[in-house]
Design a protein around this ligand. Structure first.
Ligand code: SF4
Length: 363
């Protein structure tokens, strides 16, 4: 039986934080190099405390691919990240998602059947070998395999630029999914004019695009989005700039184009962390990303004023928030009962090709 939060044995559900922390420390010490805990920047503060490696999805994927001694890789993040860790790590490694219910609604916006259907339509217009599929890391293992099989690759928010270059160097148009905002912001940065960026609307037949739209486009974007990052808007920027004279604004590229345009800096979660670390003491910084990261940065930098660009709005990723000390403790104490993340070999093989291309193009 695989355990999820709702049915964790009582001893975990009733244990207090002090007890859970103690037991996690004991297990970590006992397992030593046989265990590695990979933790995403959006995890809760008390989970980040136990990381062996903390990073954005690019850095975590790379770390998974480099693990040599660890037998158990415990992922504190969401499912697509743990799947990538399983695909990239050696076969003798066992990967667990500390909370197996943690998914990503954006990844779910690109169901495989619909992506295959849209690809067939696009290829029926353009003919073969004219377009490359490029998937954001936030996608299912099946879609990663689809990219690998069709000459494409994966990118994260920290290397989307390099991945776009990879496709354009091959004189191909680019079909990017699932996040329209990262796609649009990157295309704009690459100097692609607006009329050469087409939006494939998943709620319309053939994405609402005509053959002429597809022929004209250099970049075709899937219409997915992150429900956390679309909460940031230009009114918030105007209000915060009015209130704080020397304000700096740094946002994630999953934010809408108009928000990115007005920010002082844009980049992945690692970029945001570096931006805050390097800002002079006394800086006032408003951040457009997930609230747990903003909170941790404010705790770690009491000499700077760090706040959410969205003010009091709840910009929490509930899936990232799902991983609790109970889940982590249970996973470490019960590898035989915790859910193993295993991507089937027929999918893993092609997905690995696409992920390795991502690591090859670098950041
Ligand atoms: S923050 Fe957005 S893109 Fe990231 S895991 Fe949560 S829903 Fe998915």
């Amino acid at each position: 039986m695989n355990y999820i939060v709702a049915n964790l044995p009582d001893e975990y559900r009733i244990a207090d934080e002090v007890e859970l922390r103690r037991r996690i420390k004991v297990k970590k010490a006992e397992l030593g190099d046989k265990l590695v805990i990979l933790t995403h920047h959006y995890q809760r503060l008390e989970i980040v405390e136990f990381n062996d490696f903390l990073g954005d999805s690019y850095a975590l994927a790379k770390s998974a691919s480099q693990q040599k001694d660890a037998e158990h890789i415990v992922f504190c993040g969401v499912r697509f990240m743990a799947e990538a860790a399983d695909i990239l790590s050696d076969d003798d490694k066992k990967v667990y998602l500390a909370n197996p219910t943690a998914g990503c609604p954006m990844a779910d916006m690109a169901p495989t059947g619909l992506v295959y259907q849209s690809w067939d339509f696009i290829e029926s217009v353009l003919g073969p070998d004219k377009v490359l599929p490029l998937s954001y890391m936030n996608s299912s293992a099946e879609l990663k395999a689809f990219c690998g099989k069709n000459g494409g690759l994966i990118c994260t928010s920290s290397n989307a630029d390099a991945a776009f270059d990879y496709c354009f160097k091959q004189n191909r148009k680019l079909f990017f999914f699932p996040d329209q905002h990262l796609g649009r912001n990157t295309a704009k940065k690459k100097g692609i004019p607006k009329d050469k960026i087409a939006l494939y609307d998943i709620n319309k037949e053939n994405g609402g695009l005509t053959a002429a739209d597809i022929e004209r486009a250099d970049v075709i974007l899937w219409s997915g989005y992150c429900h956390v990052h679309v909460n940031f808007n230009t009114e918030q920027i105007a209000a915060q700039r009015k209130e704080f004279a020397d304000l700096k604004i740094v946002v994630h590229p999953e934010c809408a184009e108009e928000v990115v345009d007005l920010a002082d800096s844009v980049g992945s979660t690692s970029h945001i962390v570096n931006f805050v670390e390097q800002a002079p003491i006394g800086s006032t910084i408003a951040i457009g990303t997930e609230l747990n990261l903003i909170h941790r940065l404010s705790v770690n930098h009491p000499d700077k004023k760090i706040m959410s660009l969205a003010g009091n709005m709840c910009v929490v990723c509930s899936n990232m928030f799902r991983t609790s000390l109970q889940d982590l403790c249970f996973t470490l104490e019960n590898f035989d009962k915790a859910e193993l993340v295993r991507v089937p070999e027929d999918i893993s093989e092609n997905a690995k090709i696409a992920l390795e291309r991502m690591l090859e193009v670098g950041r």
